[in-house]
Design a binder for this molecule. Structure first.
Ligand code: SF4
Length: 432
């Protein structure tokens, strides 16, 4: 706490730019005039009281600006080091995520250089179709608008005939991937998941099945009293091509307890992912950010993903998923903020690219970002646009617009407009 007598000491230490000094003294003089005009305040200490709040605000604003400036001066050197092989620490990643001002573009540009070094020019995409088998779910995750309960009028659970019809449709659309995640139906067992995979695989053996996530693996295994490792083995035998790295949200248990208390904890998510990799089942890795999470939570999540990849090499890609807030319970009850800002989205893509030096592909989800921000994110470290997404519904239910299908001709326009080329790929990133 400063006293009035401290001012002469504070002022030189602030080293204010000229315009800030002018503002500082303008506030001081106005406050003194106001104090005098009240007729109540007199004497040095009373005048100081009147000025104190405004001065403290200015001092704290100036201090944080000073700190920011100091950090921002270090950023070009840090980025230079990263491009020359330095591995970002969590603390350094945090500095980058907290950056404001034009240095954001410096970070994005460095991430773009790293993308170019790793991936070259192609902007990749996969021709895929979603297949959500049911929205009936025992969980009530606070960020989910997709879940329904028994008795809800728009509850659905697809039967064998409908699943096969949808797969036949996907085949006719020449997709190379079916992406399938679902609610945790109260009656699902391990066999339910095996059946779904079998029906899909029998109908279209040439289509890669990218399905389920560690939560669903855990749930099916638990309901059938088998281990998650055994569950994964059976799923692979039934036709599972790769496992979705969703249900990760933020891999920090204090946050998970608030946004998805019914979900597996961080340790279980990590264990099942490592088990999948040990069976040569590749997975994606995701982060869902922009709700109640902090940059510290985000860097902790990134570090865990990088550690797993160091050990297993099993992740095909990292997919930042920006929280779509509109219809979600945690936004509607005031718990969560209304999603990430554009600055936060761009920095998440860029910092993911710079931090995850062992993951080749950083996906930009056009469903979460919208086409214009997605295009900018392709210049901030992203190299992949995800899928065509026939029949997307999870983000749509949360309030995202235009999520159903993105034609490759539109992706081509986005890529060529920034001087790159569009390249179709398989789920496992082989070029087609
Ligand atoms: S996110 Fe998944 S587990 Fe959670 S409520 Fe929605 S459907 Fe259920």
């Amino acid at each position: 706490m400063h006293s009035a007598g401290d001012f002469p000491q504070i002022l030189p230490s602030l080293r204010l730019p000229c315009h800030r000094e002018t503002t500082f003294f303008a506030v001081l003089i106005t406050s003194l005039k106001n104090a005098a005009s009240t007729g109540i305040l007199s004497g040095k200490e009373c005048i100081f009281k009147h000025c104190k709040e405004k001065l403290q605000l200015m001092v704290s604003g100036i201090s944080s600006q000073k700190l920011r400036t100091e950090n921002n001066l270090k950023i070009p050197r840090l980025l230079d080091d990263v491009l020359n092989g330095h591995r970002l620490t969590e603390a350094e990643a945090l500095t980058l995520l907290n950056t404001k001002g034009r240095e954001i573009w410096t970070i994005a540009a460095a991430a773009d250089v790293m993308r170019e070094q790793k991936n070259g020019d192609p902007v990749t995409f996969v021709r895929n179709q979603n297949l959500n088998i049911t929205n009936n779910c025992i969980n009530t995750c606070g960020f989910c608008s997709f879940t329904r309960k028994s008795g809800d009028k728009d509850l659905f659970c697809l039967d064998e005939i409908t699943i096969k019809e949808k797969v036949a449709e996907a085949k006719a659309r020449e997709v190379t991937e079916i992406c399938s995640v679902s609610g945790l139906h109260p009656e699902f067992t391990a066999q339910s998941y095996i059946d779904f995979l079998t029906w899909i695989h029998e109908t279209a053996p040439e289509i890669h099945i990218h399905a389920n996530n560690p939560m669903e693996v855990f749930y099916g295994a638990k309901n059938s009293n088998i281990s998650s490792l055994e569950m994964l083995r059976r799923m692979k035998d039934a036709g599972l091509g790769s496992l979705c790295g969703t249900a990760a949200e933020i891999l920090v248990d204090d946050i998970r307890k608030i946004i998805c208390p019914g979900k597996i904890d961080t340790e279980t998510w990590e264990r099942i992912i490592r088990e999948a990799h040990s069976l040569d089942i590749r997975t994606t890795a995701t982060i869902m950010y922009g709700h109640i999470d902090s940059p510290e939570d985000q860097t902790s999540h990134l570090r865990l993903i990088r550690d797993i990849q160091d050990d297993t090499g099993g992740f095909t890609e990292f997919v930042p998923l920006s929280f779509i807030h509109y219809n979600t319970p945690i936004y509607l009850d005031g718990t969560a903020q209304p999603g990430a800002t554009g600055r936060e989205d761009l920095l998440m893509i860029a910092v993911s690219r710079l931090f995850l030096d062992n993951i080749d592909n950083i996906q930009v989800s056009w469903v979460k970002y919208g086409l214009k921000l997605a295009q900018l994110a392709l210049m901030a470290g992203g190299n992949d646009l995800g899928g065509t997404m026939f029949e997307e519904s999870i983000s749509r239910e949360a309030g995202a617009e235009n999520t159903e299908y993105l034609d490759p001709s539109e992706m081509k326009r986005m890529a060529e407009d920034i001087g790159r080329r569009l390249q179709e790929r398989t789920t496992l990133y082989e070029f087609i």
